[in-house]
Design a protein. Structure first.
Length: 239
């Protein structure tokens, strides 16, 4: 019996040591790790002053009153190059963007026609300018907008009679403009745009007297369409 009891004690001791070793071999439980919060995506803002340049093309449509028949002589100029610059400011509330912009463009729009007698008449739009308000909707970096306001232009009109005697007159016009456009924020400060504008100017009195004392009294109106692509630099822009 003493030998048997000693054997049981030895077996118990071995079992106890084996359990302890097995527990020691188990990996330690790791403490839960809190998830790392990611920074929210930056929202592009259109608020700020900006300045830029633009190029494009335009076409004019002139309508002259015929002093002999009382009718209207209408002719359209071919497409002409234009180029210039713009300056403006935007303020953004959520998706709504309000702004004001002024631009100036040298143009090459020319048109020619004739009156009832065959006299040659022509017009050349030398420059156009607009001052307009803008209203748009911003979808992060994409801005869709419309604009409307005052338009200005310098027009040079010419008259040549059947004998080849000619006269010219240059003057400034005032009218209105409306347009639409898309602008995309390329970086925090730089954006690119494409825009369509319609400009309308009322009738302007014309009085020509040639070297041969030929007098031509008329009036002419002008309408123009312009498509422009440009870039803007916005001061203090943030993505």
């Amino acid at each position: 019996m003493p030998a048997f009891a000693g054997g049981l004690g030895l077996a118990a001791a071995v079992a106890s040591w084996s359990g302890t070793a097995t527990a020691a071999d188990l990996p330690l439980a790791r403490a839960p790790v809190a998830p790392v919060a990611s920074a929210p995506a930056a929202i592009y803002t259109w608020t700020g002053l900006y300045i830029g340049g633009q190029i494009g093309g335009g076409a004019g449509r002139s309508s002259w009153s015929d002093p002999f028949t009382g009718g209207s002589n209408t002719f359209t100029s071919g497409a002409g190059f234009l180029g210039g610059g713009q300056i403006g400011a935007n303020y953004q509330w959520n998706v709504l963007v309000l702004g004001v912009e002024g631009d100036f463009n040298w143009t090459g729009m020319k048109g020619n026609g004739g009156d009832f007698l065959g006299d040659a008449i022509g017009t050349e739009t030398q420059w156009t300018s607009t001052v307009a308000g803008r209203v748009g909707a911003a979808f992060n970096r994409l801005l869709i907008y419309g604009k409307g306001g005052a338009a200005f232009a310098r027009d040079r009109s010419t008259f040549t009679d059947l004998a080849g005697n000619s006269a010219s007159s240059a003057f400034a016009r005032t009218g209105w403009t409306a347009g639409v456009g898309l602008e995309y924020g390329v970086t925090a400060n730089w954006s690119a745009k494409i825009e369509y504008d319609y400009l309308s100017f009322g009738s302007q009195p014309l009085n020509f007297t040639t070297a041969a004392a030929t007098t031509y009294a008329s009036s002419a109106s002008l309408k123009a369409q312009e498509i422009k692509a440009g870039i803007n630099f916005r001061f203090g822009g943030t993505p």
